[in-house]
Design a protein around this ligand. Structure first.
Ligand SMILES: CCCc1ccc(-c2ccc(S(=O)(=O)CCO)cc2)cc1[C@H]1C[C@H]1c1ccccn1
Length: 238
């Protein structure tokens, strides 16, 4: 593993997020707040110092793509502006490895919140499926707030959010009955997207919850459609 000061935290948080995502939405603590076809979005209403920091968990099933493809496009900074509509600026501050970056993002102002930025490490990895041997490997992309000497101290111009986000994907293949080649029609990707965003500065709780209710379903729907469109007619990446 690369000898980088962040590496132990990246390893720990990524594996913690994988376990957290795999818990699903049991326990009756998750409140379904949005549904669109296969996509189901849940939240828990929590406040930290009077700030709404509502953990979010979404589950979705997408046909025709693999978990590797889904997490690749989520991780890749080169395509982020294609699907992330709330992004205003983005800078890769450090490339720790080809699967690990430090990124500074400035998000568009989302009324009534003032403009915010997010500084986080971003990591993507394949995790062998330890429960079901003949299943495909699991892929996880994880973004977690960090400090970085390269990040311009925005002299109080911007409020910095704290976030932990993961996208966990499990691919299944239903091989064609006639023994023919596996095509995208035989692929199903089960996705769990988890996010906890601390807005970093006070936002009216009801207004922030209205923003989440509007932005998160739009975000996940747009992102997954973007990946389907990108992968269509392309060779499958397992
Ligand atoms: C006051 C807080 C503003 C605010 C800052 C940031 C984010 C946010 C940042 C990163 C990620 S991601 O999943 O890592 C994809 C890479 O961008 C998702 C969400 C969300 C909100 C809140 C506004 C909500 C929202 C939710 C979903 C998409 C966009 N915005």
């Amino acid at each position: 593993a690369p000898a980088h000061p962040l590496w132990p935290e990246i390893e720990r948080v990524t594996l913690e997020q994988l376990q957290y995502a795999r818990l699903g939405v049991e326990g009756g603590v998750w409140q379904l707040f949005a549904e669109d076809g296969e996509m189901k979005m849940y939240k828990r209403e929590e406040e930290v110092d009077g700030l709404a920091v509502d953990p979010l968990k979404a589950v979705h099933t997408v046909k025709g793509v693999t978990g590797r493809e889904m997490t690749h496009y989520f991780f890749s900074p080169d395509v982020r502006f294609e699907w992330e509509t709330t992004l205003e600026q983005m800078k890769v501050l450090e490339t720790i490895a080809d699967d690990t970056l430090v990124i500074l993002q400035i998000h568009k102002r989302v009324w009534p919140a003032s403009q915010r930025d997010a500084l986080f490490w971003s990591h993507v990895r394949r995790v062998p499926n330890d429960t079901d041997r003949d299943a495909q490997d699991i892929w996880i992309a994880c973004n977690h707030s960090t400090e970085h000497h390269e990040a311009p101290s925005n002299e109080g111009k911007m409020v910095r959010v704290a976030l932990t986000v993961c996208l966990v994907c499990q691919t299944s293949i239903e091989p064609p009955a006639d023994g023919g080649p596996v095509t995208r029609d035989h692929l199903t990707c089960k996705i769990t997207y988890c996010s906890v965003v601390n807005p970093g500065g006070w936002v009216p709780t009801s207004a922030l919850r209205a923003v989440y209710k509007r932005e998160y379903p739009k975000f996940l729907k747009r992102f997954t459609q973007y990946v389907k469109d990108r992968c269509d007619k392309q060779p499958i990446l397992f």
